[in-house]
Design a protein around this ligand. Structure first.
Ligand code: IVH
Length: 679
């Protein structure tokens, strides 16, 4: 009972009562007891959640009540038509009244009718039968009349209770969607990759594959989740007056219901819900492919009835697809500023997941081999949420197409230098470094970018022109340019040439952190650059630092330290840096005297800001903290004194919790600042 309750609190209430370790210990204890005294084992013991039962095939189970499907609405017009149909029928059935005298317009009705709006979960429907509150069986939807008996597998899902809470009906079929979260999906796939097993195309397929395992221990190892949304056959001792009421009773039974479910009114309410979820979609922890609207009152549902295999009282309003098919026009390899080689597929542009996609990264050679993607292939492109678009699968190709497998180049496509294939890191690099034109171009673009030296007007095209015309070779050459030399370039006139020269000239006055970042040293991002700018006041100091001294800096590990050390060990790099300084690149040395330093209110604080803040940008908050004397770092460590969490914080908040570091919400943060500034 204790374990059942712990599962319920963890998976249904999101409010754990036991730590993971305690839970595991108790679970092992129960397993041991059951092993010692097998006759005491309850068939619905929580130990079922670890799986074990192995089937050689799935037998079939007939649903007590058929599982139906849903009609779809793909546009606002189709949604409007659904609402109108519903109102028309309810009027005819005498269940609702209208003040409208027109036969086709009943605005009062379409604004007043009650619906329950729910996310349309993208997973697999299951039907679970509870008899006297005890889990009896679970089946897939199948053909709607009967499905496969996946009881052993469904039992392993942590959020599925073996026993309903409270007074349970004699029997009840409850229906829900089994799915995998994005996290669960990513974890599962990286596990599959490391085991050399099949990688799943999307969370839905992964959930389906996991549920249809003959060995339930395999299912148990998959982080499956479930939300309940409907009911099938049930004994007369179970009654409910509305969908809202039903979901409330589900919650009381300990069955998980999506927290996004909402009771809404009328056509306007449905539309608002759709918009709300469309915006939330990218931030959700799991896939949804639309929303489902259900007429709330059961009396109204009954009057509306069914057509073919779908209820007239519900409809699915679909979101734009997250997967589309398109053609691979070519595969290029790109060279990054640090020489990293990335293959990129050029596609016939396709609208997917809300954006037009015409290029997708293929990451590395292994990925191309795994997908066996070839120029001319039809592929499935997926873009879910804010995740970068990717090719998930190559459509079956015809033999007659005779496409050539992609051959990964052995040399840099730009400078011809041999590529370095690091088996471990899967990163392939051009060894050309300083002689590689592509790397050089990327380095210059990075140097000029907004967060580095911020040279307006120095984008991809212009850098390319300058390099081709041999006006520059490296970043230091930028400061030797003049208006006359620029004017000869295509698309440059006196004015535009002047503008660029001014922008370049103004970039000379920068900050030390920006300059360090702008150098484009491998593994040195903005946060690290800032850290260095706090510890050192001159380039000379950094050049002279040993690896040990570099590691001693907050947030700097061996990889970063070595990278910096190697950068400055190269005479060519040092030469570029001294030419930059010679050209007048300078920054204010904020020699905050020790006494001033000590009077700043947040001296001694080491703060991490994570998640999205609502009142200011994260970078503003960080600047504010620094201005008040705090040290701001990018990752949580034992040295961290406080973590500010905004919306949708990630692993940093979790880590802070584990380390017992005080966590401040945005409002607590601003209170804290006020208090510190006052005191
Ligand atoms: S209600 C009679 N509600 O979508 C009503 N279905 O396209 C039947 N689904 O088979 C389903 N989320 O697998 C309902 N909130 C939700 C749902 C949902 C996902 C799935 C379910 C169903 C399919 C129909």
């Amino acid at each position: 009972m204790e374990l059942e309750d712990a599962n319920y609190r963890y998976y249904v209430l999101d409010d754990p009562s036991l730590t993971d370790i305690e839970f595991d210990r108790r679970m092992r204890e129960l397993s041991q007891l059951e092993l010692n005294d097998p006759e005491l084992k309850n068939p619905n013991s929580p130990t079922n959640k670890v799986g074990g039962a192995v089937a050689d095939r799935f037998s079939s189970i007939q649903h007590l009540q058929a599982m139906l499907s849903l009609g779809n609405a793909f546009s606002v017009e189709e949604l409007r038509a659904f609402v109108n149909r519903v109102c028309r029928r309810l009027l005819d059935a005498g269940l609702v009244k209208t003040t409208s005298t027109k036969d086709t317009l009943f605005d009062d009705l379409t604004t007043e009718l009650e619906f329950v709006a729910e996310p349309k979960l993208d997973g697999l429907a299951v039907n679970i039968l509870y008899r006297d509150g005890v889990f009896e069986s679970a089946a897939t939807r199948g053909d709607g009349v009967s499905g496969e008996d996946i009881s052993q597998n469904v039992k392993t899902i942590r959020a599925v209770p073996m026993k309903l809470k409270g007074a349970a009906p004699e029997y009840i079929e409850v229906r829900g969607e089994v799915f995998l979260s994005h996290d669960g999906f990513a974890k599962l796939n990286s596990m599959q990759l490391s085991l050399g097993d099949k990688v799943f195309v999307n969370p839905r397929n992964a959930a389906a594959g996991s549920l249809r395992q003959l060995d339930s221990a395999v299912t148990a190892s998959r982080p499956l989740d479930i939300y309940f949304y409907g009911v099938g056959a049930h004994s007369d001792d179970f009654t409910f007056i509305s969908q809202h009421d039903l979901l409330g009773k589900f919650r009381d039974f300990g069955l998980r219901v999506s927290p996004l479910v909402k009771q809404v009114k009328g056509f306007g309410g449905l539309q608002a819900y759709y918009q709300e979820l469309a915006l939330l979609r990218a931030k959700l922890k799991h896939d949804i492919d639309g929303v489902v609207y259900k007429v709330n009152l059961i009396s109204q549902q009954q009057a509306l009835g069914y057509v073919a295999r779908a209820p007239r009282w519900a409809v699915a309003h679909k979101f734009p697809a997250q997967e589309e098919r398109t053609k691979v026009l070519g595969i290029d390899v790109q060279v990054g500023r640090t020489g990293a080689i990335t293959p990129v597929a050029r596609l016939t542009p396709v609208f997917v997941g809300g954006v037009t996609v015409s290029n997708v990264t293929l990451h590395n050679r292994d990925e191309i081999e795994r997908l066996d993607v070839r120029v001319g292939d039809e592929v499935i492109v997926r873009r879910a949420g804010d995740v970068i678009p990717q090719i998930v699968k190559v459509a079956p190709r015809l033999k007659s197409q005779n496409l050539m497998p992609f051959k990964f180049p052995e040399c840099c496509p730009d400078c011809g230098s041999p590529l370095h294939f690091d088996g471990q890191l899967v990163i392939i690099r051009c060894t050309g470094n300083l002689v590689c034109g592509a790397q050089q171009k990327e380095r210059i673009k990075h140097f000029a970018s907004r967060r580095a030296m911020d040279i307006e007007g120095l984008g991809d095209k212009v850098v390319e022109q300058l390099l081709v015309a041999q006006l520059i070779v490296d970043i230091a050459d930028l400061y030797t340019l003049d208006v006359d030399s620029l004017k000869v370039l295509e698309r440059f006139a006196e004015k535009s040439a002047q503008n660029l020269i001014v922008a370049i000239s103004e970039s000379r006055n920068t900050t030390f952190a920006r300059l360090i970042y702008a150098l484009g040293i491998m593994h040195v991002g903005e946060v690290t650059a800032r850290q260095f700018s706090l510890e050192f006041t001159s380039i000379k100091d950094i050049q002279a630092a040993s690896i040990e001294e570099l590691i001693a800096i907050d947030d700097v590990g061996l990889v970063v330290a070595e990278s910096i050390y190697e950068f400055f060990a190269l005479p060519a790099n040092n030469k570029v840096v001294s030419r930059l300084l010679g050209a007048g690149v300078t920054w204010p040395v904020t020699e905050i005297s020790e006494s001033v330093q000590r009077t700043l209110p947040l001296v001694g604080e080491v703060v991490v800001v994570t998640g999205a803040l609502s009142k200011m940008a994260r970078s503003e908050a960080q600047q504010l903290l620094r201005d008040l004397g705090a040290k701001v770092t990018g990752s949580v460590s034992k040295k961290t004194t406080r973590v500010i969490v905004g919306d949708a914080p990630g692993s940093k908040a979790t880590k802070a919790q584990q380390l017992g570091i005080p966590i401040l919400s945005e409002s607590e943060f601003s209170d804290w600042l006020k208090q510190k500034q006052a005191g």
